[in-house]
Design a protein around this ligand. Structure first.
Ligand SMILES: Nc1ncnc2c1ncn2[C@@H]1O[C@H](COP(=O)(O)OP(=O)(O)OP(=O)(O)O)[C@@H](O)[C@H]1O
Ligand SMILES: [Mg+2]
Length: 328
């Protein structure tokens, strides 16, 4: 049986005017996802997380092009599909919750209209059954008095409620995969936690698989089964969530973990030296080498290939951290 979703050696670049500047936003990304699983994609700003999400549902802007690789949903090739065929897949089989949830809601349509649309279009709910379905979805995302609130417009809802409405819209098409791109970035911490718990509950109830994009490692620990750490358009480490926290193998992952503020210590906060590279002018060799404390000569000339460390872990590093040297 093929995995539910498989992304294989995907490359997608943004091209500047007349091809002058090429930004390698996705540069050989591979991962797979099974039903009910949560895959976390983490990394600093600008490393290609959102581009990867957009590429999967074929919603990259016109300046971008997928140059190679494969994306398969239950073995079906998504890159060979026309945009008309993709419209049957988006919402019905793969739903997205985007980085800015406000931008996903139409200010002129009622909550009812917006939640009803995918249920009507993708799942053929009509009339009284459609109304009932919208009510169920709004209750599932814990909107109080759904019958009354569904007449409201988005601006009549609080930020946390709007976020949950976006969740209800994603669920309305009955998808197999939900891609959630930093869905909690604009929420305060208590509402953030409520929303994450809600997503987990909904996932348990529906068996949907999640791709969860964040730069917050605390959220990764809470939400994900396995994690891909992205740097400069590549997944530099892939591990189970437990492996990642207890036994990171790439120096960048280790540096990310060291940058988490710790309670009860007055030590200055660790900051990764330098900046992520400009993706249109990548350094020679490993993209992380200018910031890496253990870089050696080979790292400056030769790009590390993907190495399988054990069944579940891969890294792109010539000198992966040894189990003995990591926390454990
Ligand atoms: N429309 C575009 N045209 C050209 N370059 C773009 C475009 N959109 C994104 N990029 C570039 O592609 C790279 C990856 O961007 P992307 O938005 O995927 O990063 P990200 O990891 O989601 O960052 P963030 O954490 O800030 O959301 C960045 O270098 C960005 O400047
Ligand atoms: Mg992003």
């Amino acid at each position: 049986m093929p995995p539910l979703l498989r992304v294989d050696d995907l490359r997608a670049y943004y091209f500047g005017f007349r091809g002058t500047r090429v930004v390698k936003a996705i540069d050989g990304v591979s991962f797979s996802l099974e039903a009910g699983e949560t895959f976390g994609l983490v990394g600093e700003s600008g490393c290609g997380k959102t581009s990867t999400c957009h590429a999967i549902v074929r919603l990259l802007p016109p300046s971008a092009r997928i140059v190679s690789g494969r994306i398969e949903l239950e073995g079906e090739d998504l890159l060979g599909k026309s945009q008309t065929e993709m419209r049957q897949i988006r919402g019905r089989r793969i739903a997205t919750i985007l980085q800015d949830p406000m931008a996903s809601l139409d200010p002129l349509f009622s909550i009812y209209d917006q939640v009803a649309e995918p249920a009507y279009y993708h799942r053929a709910f009509r009339g009284r059954r459609l109304r009932q379905r919208v009510k169920e979805l709004l209750s599932a995302v814990r909107i109080p008095s759904p019958e009354r609130r569904m007449k409201d417009l988005p601006h009549q809802m609080s930020g946390g409620m709007r976020q949950r409405i976006v969740g209800a819209i994603a669920l309305a098409g009955g998808p197999q995969v939900i891609i959630a791109d930093e869905p909690t970035t604009n929420l305060d911490v208590t509402i953030q936690l409520q929303y994450l718990n809600l997503l987990k509950d909904l996932q348990r109830a529906s068996g949907v698989a999640l791709i969860f994009v964040t730069h917050n490692l605390g959220i990764v620990a809470k939400m994900c089964d396995k994690v891909g750490v992205m740097y400069a358009g590549k997944i530099v480490e892939m591990q189970s969530v437990r492996g990642l926290f207890y036994n990171p193998r790439h120096p960048y992952t280790r540096a990310l973990l060291d940058s988490i503020p710790k309670l009860g210590t007055k030590d200055p906060l660790y900051v990764i030296p330098g900046q992520p590279p400009d993706l249109s002018r990548l350094p020679a060799g490993c993209s992380f080498q200018p910031r890496c404390q253990s870089a050696m000569e080979r790292c400056r000339v030769e790009e590390p290939s993907e190495q399988h460390l054990d069944d579940a872990a891969t890294t792109r590093c010539w000198l992966p951290l040894h189990e003995a040297t990591t926390r454990g």
